[in-house]
Design a protein around this ligand. Structure first.
Ligand code: SF4
Length: 272
């Protein structure tokens, strides 16, 4: 059973962890996590970065705009924005009022415009107008924290990275992959469970699962293909007929069928 107690940490709100299966060793947890990672890959073959972009600069801009905003809304704004500001120098020299107006639908537009202009200036002054491909450099840039840096590294540079957003933190706690609550510690704890080459895609798949199946308030436990390894099974409806109605996204039918075909007694499968 999962406690409903919530903790607010940095910008990530997480529920406290589900207890791990009784007597689970570290090795067993790693095996369970890897089985769940494979099940996620099967469940979400369409997982990808949902921010439309072409290249690291566009991805950095889109990620900054995605704070407190849906990816869909960002994707509505970025085509015109990217056409108007194709380079870092264009952001550096942007007319603030015009830039604010263009990004207004994404919310917090004054702060975001400020971040984009400062980002452009820093890139021009320090990196020849190019987005650097190293974590150590990225996190020194205005508007770019470790989460954003991992998104950029993983999706624009092919450097494996784990992105700990609210979905990711909620799910890995439900799965008792880690009890850590600090996003950076969560990143390291999950990194120790899953092969490095899988990190970027794992992040997308976990986020897809959080959006489509394992919702914050009413997860679709009875229609979840990860149920057999999930110690939080039962936090949402377990009746398949009720649960399938909670599935979201264009692949809801496939997710329901997959869950039925992989059904086993939840959290009972030996993992050692
Ligand atoms: S069984 Fe329930 S809590 Fe566990 S991953 Fe699936 S939907 Fe989430």
């Amino acid at each position: 059973m999962v406690s409903d107690e919530r903790r607010k940490l940095g910008r990530v709100t997480v529920r406290t962890s589900a207890p791990p299966p009784v007597g689970e060793t570290e090795l067993a947890r790693k095996r369970r996590a890897r089985r769940m990672a494979r099940a996620l890959a099967e469940a979400h073959p369409d997982a990808h970065c949902e921010l439309n972009h072409d290249g690291p600069l566009q991805l950095a801009v889109a990620t900054i705009l995605s704070a407190q905003c849906t990816d869909q809304r960002v994707n509505e704004v970025t085509p015109k924005l990217f056409a108007r500001y194709p380079s870092a120098a264009d952001y550096a020299g942007a007319d603030r009022a015009e830039l604010e107006e263009m990004i207004k639908p994404t919310g917090f537009f004054r702060n975001k415009a400020d971040a984009l202009i400062k980002l452009g200036q820093a890139l021009v002054e320090r990196y020849g107008g190019e987005v650097p491909g190293r974590m150590a450099d990225l996190v020194t840039l205005p508007g770019i924290g470790r989460k954003t840096a991992n998104v950029i590294l993983g999706n624009a540079f092919g450097v494996p990275g784990i992105t700990v957003d609210t979905h990711f933190a909620r799910l890995v706690h439900r799965w008792a992959w880690t009890a850590e609550t600090d996003p950076v510690k969560i990143e390291h704890a999950v990194g120790a469970l899953i092969e490095r080459r899988e990190w970027t895609m794992l992040s997308h798949r976990v986020i897809f699962h959080g959006r489509r199946v394992c919702h914050a308030r009413k997860p679709a436990c009875g229609a979840c293909s990860l149920a057999r390894w999930c110690p939080a099974y039962g936090v949402g409806p377990t009746d398949p007929q009720v649960a399938v109605k909670l599935l979201k996204g264009p692949r809801a039918g496939e997710l329901a069928a997959l869950a039925l075909s992989t059904a086993a007694t939840p959290a009972q499968v030996p993992v050692s």
